[in-house]
Structures are given as C-alpha cells and as structure tokens.
Design a protein around this ligand. Structure first.
Ligand code: FPP
Length: 249
C-alpha cells in the first residue's frame, strides 16, 4: 500500500491532507434508543462503541488530536438516573480502554470542570490521564462537564489575575495569549467539526477554537455513525476550499 493512502473497503483516502484536529458533537443516542423502543441508556451504551471505533480510526490515520463532546455543563440537568448511567458508562470506558490507550501511545486529556464529576469517575480519569501523560501519539480530549462559555470565563479570570499581579498589561492580550489560557492550550484548533443527528447547533462547544473549522452535520445518529461515514467526511473535507477569510487567486 502506498504510504500516503489509507484504504478501507472501497474507500481510498489520501492521508497527506488530513485535519490536525477533529472535534465531534456526538448527538442522537437518545433518538437511536427511542426508535428501537429501548431505554435511552442503551443508546449511550451503543454510542460508546462508536467512540471506540472513531478513536481507533483517528489513531490509524495519525490524526494528531480528537476532541469528543461526552458531557456538557447542561447535561447535569438530565434526569438523575441518566446522569448516573452516563457516569457509570464513562468509568467503564476508562477502565476498559486504559490498556488500549497505553499500548497505542494515546494521551488522554479531559477538558471541562472535571472536579464536578463523581469522585470515583474523577479518580479513574486522573489515573488514565496520568498513565498516558508521556504518550506522544493521538491526543484524545474528552470534554466532560464542559461548556465553551465557562471555558472563556475561566480564561478571562486567569488573564485578569495576571494583569492584577502586574505580570502582563492590556497590550499583551493577543489571540495567542487567549488560546494559551484555554483547555486546549498548545494544541491546534479544530480543522473539522462533525455533529451527528442533524441538529444545526454548536451547543456551547469549543466556541473560541472553532473559528475557522469546517463544519459537517450528518443526519446519522451517533450510535450508527461508522468508520465508513467518518472516512467519507474526511474525503469531503479534503475537497473544501479553506480560505480563512482571504481571497485566493
Ligand atoms: C447525546 O445524545 C450524547 C450525550 C449527551 C452523551 C455522549 C455520550 C456517549 C457517546 C457515550 C459515553 C461516552 C464515552 C466517552 C464513553 P442525546 O442523549 O442528547 O441524544 P438525543 O438528542 O437523541 O436525545
């Protein structure tokens, strides 16, 4: 196989021009379950299998960063049983994927107000983050108890404190400085944002970072989202004319 191509079934992808950072709003677990007259939790369980598939594909394609919106600040308002089931699923996921992440050079990084997570989930998360912190392959950002506005407020507070302490002045506040005070510091901004299940919303996800991201919205519900569809979106991404606001002659 040519080293700059990736073949999957009848799909052939050029790996030379892939996004450096893919961000995904994983939506539609509840609808997937409802369609099958199942409990919503079954949808989340099936959705976590898709999570595994997409992580594996990003690793195989050597995409540097993948950010998954797993739990938003607003999701705390869901019924208690659903929140508890999502937390249990997350803990199980961390335990079952720990070895795969270590063996495959994946660095797990949580973004969001993770101190709000139940203690046992927080501990598992910290453990896997610690075990994988020296890995230099795929960075897997799990957005947990994450909200884009809360992230921006946190950044403003940190910068205001630095000004108060006399470490910087207002002229030092640049886009680069702002980026350095976000959870994604040191990482490229997402080039590609995918949302499943058809809704045309950003839902408070990576508000600063997606300034120039290419957006793909698919009607597919997250549990049905496949490696084939992901590769098809990547091929489509490669056809987009990214001008970053400029005129290209
Ligand atoms: C949105 O579907 C999905 C979520 C709120 C949670 C995402 C969680 C997973 C994919 C599984 C667990 C995650 C990991 C990392 C193991 P929804 O419930 O809003 O669906 P609906 O809009 O159809 O109701």
């Amino acid at each position: 196989m040519n080293s700059s191509r990736y073949t999957h079934g009848s799909l052939d992808l050029n790996t030379a021009n892939l996004p450096s950072h893919v961000a995904i709003i994983m939506d539609g677990n509840g609808r997937w379950a409802k369609k099958r007259l199942l409990n919503r939790i079954k949808g989340h369980e099936k959705g976590s299998e898709t999570v595994r598939t997409i992580i594996r594909t990003c690793r195989e394609l050597k995409i540097p960063v993948l950010t998954l919106y797993a739990f938003s600040t607003e999701n705390w308002q869901r019924p208690k049983l659903e929140v508890a089931a999502l937390m249990t699923l997350l803990k199980k996921f961390l335990e079952s994927e720990q070895k795969e992440m270590i063996d495959n050079n994946i660095r797990l990084n949580a973004i969001g107000q993770i101190d709000l997570l139940p203690q046992n989930v927080y501990q598992s998360l910290k453990k896997v983050m610690d075990l994988t912190k020296k890995n230099n392959g795929l960075i897997l950002n799990l957005a947990l108890s994450y909200g884009g506005r809360a992230e921006i407020v946190k950044m403003v507070r940190e910068i205001a404190q630095k000004m108060k302490d006399g470490l910087i002045n207002s002229d030092s506040i640049t886009p680069e400085l702002v980026s350095e005070h976000l959870y994604t510091r040191g990482m490229p901004d997402p080039d590609l944002l995918i949302r499943t299940s058809g809704e045309m919303r950003i839902s408070n996800f990576l508000l600063w970072q997606i300034a120039y991201a290419e957006i793909f919205i698919t009607d597919t519900l997250w549990p049905d989202f496949s490696k084939e569809e992901f590769i098809t979106i990547l091929k489509n991404y490669q056809l987009r004319d990214r001008r970053f606001g400029k005129v290209v002659p």
